[in-house]
Structures are given as C-alpha cells and as structure tokens.
Design a protein around this ligand. Structure first.
Ligand SMILES: Cc1cc2nc3c(=O)[nH]c(=O)nc-3n(C[C@H](O)[C@H](O)[C@H](O)COP(=O)(O)O)c2cc1C
Length: 168
C-alpha cells in the first residue's frame, strides 16, 4: 500500500545512497576534494558521469576553470576523510593535505587519483547544465582505475545527517 507523502519525506527513504569524492586542483596545484551524493552514470558510449554540485562549492569553480576532475569511490576506511571534505569548503582550506588521504598521479588529467580508493575515474568536462536550481556537471571518463584488492569495501551514506558506513 502507498500513501501520499511530502517529497522531502519520500526522499528520506533513499538510503543507502552512494557517495563519491570529486577531486580537483587549483591554479597553485593545490588539490581539493568534496563529497557528492548526487551522482550517476550518464552515458556508457562514450562513458560519462553526471554530478550535481552546489553553486557555492569551490569544486564547481575549479571544474569551470580547468575543465577536468576525478571521481573516486571512497572506501569504508575513508569515512572520516569523506565527512571532513564534505563539510568544509576548499576556498581557503587545504583539504588535500588535511584529509590525510594518499594521492598518486593520474594518467590523462592534471588531477591526482586516490591511491586507496575502491575505483577512480579521470573525467574531462563535457557540459554544465541547470534544469533546476543545481548545476549538473557532465564529464567524459577518459581513464579509470580499480583497487587491486577486491576486498576493499565501498563507503555509502546510510542515513540523514551524513551518516556514513558500509553496507553488507
Ligand atoms: C555524504 C555527503 C554527500 C554530499 N553530497 C553533495 C552533493 O551531491 N552535492 C553537493 O553540492 N554537495 C554535497 N555535499 C556537500 C559538499 O561536499 C560540501 O559542500 C563541500 O564542503 C564542498 O567542498 P568545496 O567547497 O571544497 O568544493 C555532500 C557532503 C557529504 C558529507
């Protein structure tokens, strides 16, 4: 049986929700990361990701400027780092250093990938569109990487208030 509900209340039933990290670099080569739940595969030929990023995120500014970014699937062990980069802005703060995560060079973009992530996707900007109030960024995946250890588990958002953890 279904009963009518407010959209916000129905959306609260969406969990667990995937979370990814969007990695960018500024003109001084400083690495920035943010957490993103609004993400999906937008095309498989060519392969593309779509992410929704708030207007006031530093990440959006850097993607507009350099037209490239990395999407990483964080591991369960990255819960604290994900919460940190997802609750602080990178305009002044060096989140790349302070998050404690290990970076290695990417193959095709000038943004590093995460050494211990479950998977990394190097992306080049295709377009930014705005069907509602949120800018939607479409990026073509130009290279991808997976963790050689298949037992490394992906992090998810389990509930409201950025409750992060693993799903079995
Ligand atoms: C689990 C989680 C999911 C999030 N999902 C989104 C999202 O989909 N879109 C968004 O704009 N912000 C999202 N945020 C908030 C951003 O990560 C946050 O605003 C961040 O501080 C932006 O960083 P920046 O200004 O350095 O780019 C999320 C945060 C967390 C912790």
């Amino acid at each position: 049986m279904q009963e009518a509900a407010k959209i916000e209340a129905a959306w609260e039933r969406k969990y667990p929700e995937q979370v990814v990290l969007a990695i960018t670099k500024n003109s001084e080569e400083r690495v920035n990361l943010m957490a993103i739940g609004w993400v999906c595969i937008a095309s498989d030929e060519p392969p593309m990701f779509l992410i929704g990023i708030d207007d006031n995120a530093y990440t959006l500014e850097l993607i507009r400027l350099h037209k490239e970014f990395v999407i990483a699937y964080p591991s369960v062990e990255m819960a604290d780092a994900t919460l940190y980069v997802g609750t602080t802005h990178g305009h002044k703060e060096d989140k790349g250093v302070r998050c404690g995560l290990k970076f290695i060079p990417a193959d095709k973009v000038n943004v590093p990938i995460l050494a211990d992530a479950v998977a990394n996707f190097e992306c080049r900007l295709v377009e930014i569109t705005r069907p509602g109030n949120c800018p939607l960024i479409v990026g073509e995946i130009v290279a991808s990487h997976v963790n050689a250890d298949e037992s490394v588990k992906r992090l998810f958002t389990l509930g409201k208030g950025y409750k992060l953890g693993k799903i079995d």
